[in-house]
Every structure is written in structure tokens, then in C-alpha cells.
Design a protein. Structure first.
Length: 146
């Protein structure tokens, strides 16, 4: 099963379209191949699961492993967003499980949401970024001198 992806340097987004039956090994291979590149650090990611027929996972633990791998690869990168488009109820539930696991990881630099439509995901990706859940937001304050 192929995982097609396109890197848009102008918009700073990686668009991912897995097809057919998606395996854990394919997800890990994609994650490692694309996100180990320094030139995409801090880019947004749009994962369109709408043409995935089946997720071939041996255990829910594989979702946690993938989330931990992704979060570890975030280390040192600026904040970014990941939108998962899932039209299938099971895929959406697994996407929310992935989001919960990854956002709790101490190295996570991603704000992650799961959407039912591509249009909603794209709207969200265009909005201003916020720090991932559980991370304090850095603020700058101007100081007046007496």
C-alpha cells in the first residue's frame, strides 16, 4: 500500500495520502523518511485517511509507538500543526487516540486535530498556531523603564 506525500515549501505543509491497506510498518517508514529531514522541521502536516480501506495493526500499542516516534522527531523543531482527515469512525477514533498519546509526550511540538472533512482540516491549518496541549505558551512583554 503506498503512502503518497507532497512537500509544499511555499505553504510549509506536507500533504500525506495513504491508500488501500495501511500497516504500522508503512507508517513508521513514512514518519522516519520524511520527518528526519531537517528541511521540513516545523512544517504543518495534513494526513488524508479518506482513501484508506483498512488499518492493519497488530495492537493498539502500535498507535502509541508511532505517536512516541513522531513526538521524539519533533525535538528542536518549532511548533506546528497536524490535521488528520478521517471519514471512517474507526479511523477517527484511532486518530484521536494518536492525538491523545502524542500530545502527552514531553517532546511533542504539534497541535493535532482530527476532522471529518478536508475543508475543515485546511481551514484549521490556516489559523494561527497555539502551543500543544499541556505546554506553556511563551509570551513577550514590553517593559517600561522608570
Amino acid at each position: 500500500m503506498p503512502i503518497d506525500y507532497r512537500i509544499d515549501r511555499r505553504k510549509k505543509i506536507v500533504t500525506v495520502t495513504p491508500r488501500g491497506t495501511l500497516t504500522h510498518e508503512e507508517m513508521v517508514a513514512y514518519q522516519t523518511k520524511v520527518w528526519s529531514r531537517s528541511d521540513v522541521g516545523g512544517y504543518a502536516e495534513l494526513i488524508d485517511m479518506s482513501v484508506v480501506d483498512k488499518l492493519d495493526l497488530r495492537s493498539p500499542d502500535q498507535i502509541f509507538e508511532l505517536a512516541a516516534l513522531g513526538a521524539k522527531m519533533d525535538a528542536g523543531n518549532p511548533l506546528s500543526r497536524m490535521a488528520i482527515v478521517a471519514t471512517d469512525k474507526l479511523h477517527a477514533a484511532l486518530g484521536r487516540m494518536y492525538r491523545a498519546s502524542r500530545t502527552e509526550h514531553p517532546s511533542n511540538q504539534r497541535e493535532i486535530e482530527v476532522f471529518g472533512t478536508l475543508e475543515d482540516a485546511l481551514k484549521w491549518l490556516r489559523r494561527e498556531k497555539r502551543p500543544p496541549r499541556g505546554k506553556p505558551q511563551a509570551t513577550t512583554r514590553s517593559r517600561r523603564r522608570p
